[in-house]
Ligand binder design. Structure first.
Ligand code: NDP
Ligand code: OXD
Length: 321
């Protein structure tokens, strides 16, 4: 069943995001494609596409003619949180705008730790004028990227431009120019021994849940120029064991962390992370999904699909990302 103009309808199912701006963007990108919100679109046989961010569990399984789910994030753990998900293709965000934003964030945070940002800000607060005479060069530092996907590979290339050595780790073996690539459990030890600053750009899956734990921190190199390693997690909060991170900072297994994501978001005002001197927090702001850059390509994909072309940027359900 389609609308009179032959186009499948869209259900926009967002939790925590205002729908108006997304609907307006659809109006601009695809004026002939009707968009519904809950509860209006619930169980509507004309709905062919669901565009979602943390959709209400059970909602999608009620749509009798759903053809595809479009995640408004690059990560799709929020989609899989619904255990009654219908068996239709899931498309995720792969967007130059999002990738560029993430690489900006990664370069910003890596440089901040490398150039002693946390230390100099603390000195400023105490009006202390004291230069570290032992500032390393970028070429002395190896950044290890966990996750060599769309985001990890772009961040790697931009860090290389800054002069850092870069190593990377992925599930399957990758070849990335100028990056020392490791894969799987077999490659994890060598990867962890290779870097001084670890940047996490992994998806949250059953395999990666709480991968950032004490065992991993003990395996990270402690011999580099920074002493203990720095951890930057811009992937998902579910990747990290938060008690282990706090303990690792206090024991010196980690020298500092930047966390953009947390197990519970927003972070509890009482969380010890807020005031920990070795912790930098950003509010899941590493790379925002911007309506103007995401909706137009999504609408084009829907048009192409209706012409019989295949969907792109599909999630591998078995792998979970
Ligand atoms: P991709 O799917 O393109 O890349 C994921 C990478 O992780 C791949 O290299 C993959 O390996 C690797 N990987 C997956 N599972 C494992 C595993 N078990 N062991 C080792 N490596 C693994 O994702 P993106 O780069 O587009 O995005 C990464 C994540 O970033 C998203 O899932 C999302 O959670 C997060 N994100 C956070 C944002 C924020 O604002 N904080 C914004 C956007 C995304 P392989 O190459 O072998 O498949
Ligand atoms: C994403 C996010 O997954 O913004 O795109 O977290």
């Amino acid at each position: 069943m389609t609308d009179s103009n032959g186009k499948g309808r869209v259900l926009l199912a967002l939790t925590g995001w205002e729908p108006e701006v997304w609907i307006n963007e659809f109006g601009k990108a695809a004026p002939n494609r009707p968009v519904a919100l809950e509860p209006e679109g619930e169980a509507d046989p004309g709905i062919h596409y669901a565009v979602v961010w943390k959709q209400r569990p059970g909602l999608l399984s009620k749509l009798p003619n759903l053809k595809a789910i479009f995640s408004l994030g690059a990560g799709v753990d929020h989609v899989f949180a619904d255990t009654s998900l219908p068996d239709v293709p899931i498309v995720r965000v792969v967007s130059p705008d999002l990738t560029t934003r993430m690489s900006e964030y990664v370069v910003w945070q890596v440089l901040d730790h490398h150039r002693l940002g946390p230390r100099y800000r603390a000195q400023q607060a105490d009006r202390i004028w004291e230069e570290d005479q032992n500032q390393k060069a970028a070429s002395d530092i190896t950044v290890g990227i966990m996750g060599l996907g769309e985001l990890g590979r772009d961040a790697a290339s931009k860090l290389r431009i800054m002069g850092f050595s870069v190593s990377g780790w992925s599930r399957t073996q990758k070849q990335v120019e100028g990056v020392s690539c490791h894969a799987g459990e077999d490659g994890l030890g060598a990867f962890l021994a290779s870097a001084d600053i670890f940047v996490v750009l992994l998806p949250l899956t059953p395999e990666t849940r709480e991968i950032l734990n004490r065992d991993l921190f003990t395996r990270m190199s402690k011999r580099g120029p920074l002493g203990a390693p720095v951890l930057i997690n811009a992937g998902r909060g579910g990747l990290q064991n938060e008690a282990d991170i706090l303990a690792a900072l206090d024991e010196g297994l980690l020298s500092a962390v930047t966390l953009d994501v947390f197990q519970q978001e927003p972070l509890d005002p009482e969380s010890p992370f807020w005031t920990h001197p070795k912790v930098t927090i950003t509010p899941h702001a590493a790379a925002a999904s911007m309506p103007h850059s995401l909706i137009e390509p999504m609408a084009r994909q829907m048009d192409a699909y209706e012409r019989g072309e295949p969907l792109i940027n599909l999630v591998d359900r078995k792998a979970g990302y």
